[in-house]
Write a protein that binds this ligand. Sequence first.
Ligand code: FDA
Length: 318
Amino acid sequence: MLRSVLLNLSTAKWSRRLATESSLARRVASRFVAGETLPDAIRAIRELNARQVTATLDHLGESVVMADDAVRATEDYLGLLEEISKADLCANASLKLSQLGQQLSLDLCAVNLRKILDRAKQKGIFVRIDMEDSTCVDPTLGLYEQMRALGYDNVGVVIQAYLYRSQQDVEKLLSEGTRVRLCKGAYKEPAEIAFPNKRDVDKNYLALAKRLLETSQAARLPADPRRCIPPLAAIATHDERIIRAVAQYAREHNIARDQFEFQMLYGIRRDLQETLAAQGHAVRVYVPYGTEWYPYFMRRLAERPANLWFFISNFIRR
Ligand code: FDA
């Protein structure tokens, strides 16, 4: 119920205005966002890299409705790739196609994406296409396939375990050698297309994670000694029970540690990130930055009601 309300608010203009004008909301959001500028994010990534944790950098923004904004977002990504390369960081880029104009024109979006993939390729950087709500899944996978057909191999996608269709999508993507990030799914979806119960989402997550690991091990893509390029299997969750089960499955099936990585979000379970890295697991942190933090922040509140109580208690204290 609360999750639903917060996810509805994440797309409401009035609450976005209220939140972005509130210094308290900005302060609470800063727990999940590395800062408003690229130098802030670069600093955060340097700290992660110093702890043997790699990163994926996201310039916040989504659902753009003006072509100029999509072009500007593309330019921002080109700058971000330059900075990753110049600073010699172990980092990928993560982006949302709705930021590049997906909802305006698929052609415009494809042109923008190609510019980014070309620059990323020159710099040896991998680009992950985030997955947005269910209306975006077919167009996103379609554009991904288009890019692969054009010869780009420095790109991968995200699959959401809460969708019934994901098992089929995973099988197809794996048969094409796609690097997949598996997450549970952060949007509000109806029961006709997504598991309504968390227990079923978790069960599907673990089953899909095992498929990713098995396939990654069988494909044995050459390991990247610096771990800058992600392996085929990226296990994106903070769920300790699932993480333990995945690590155990890997041990029992002799799946090498360079064939999968754990991914977590900036500001969430840093203790777990450090423990896994200290155990020799590959760990990557998703580092968002920028001024367009509102919908991202609301999805983080929706995931964990305790975050909301933290926000409210700060508000009452003030
Ligand atoms: P779950 O929600 O069960 O949480 C498990 C535990 O993790 C909680 O008990 C708590 O301890 C901790 N936790 C989880 N969320 C927290 C929060 N917000 N604040 C504090 N603690 C929290 N989604 C999507 O739809 N498309 C995408 O492209 C991506 N991309 C992506 C990248 C990466 C690297 C990650 C880690 C996640 C995503 N997601 C995503 C988000 C994902 O779908 C999911 O909503 C969140 O990861 C929360 O789910 P968990 O798997 O952590 O499990």
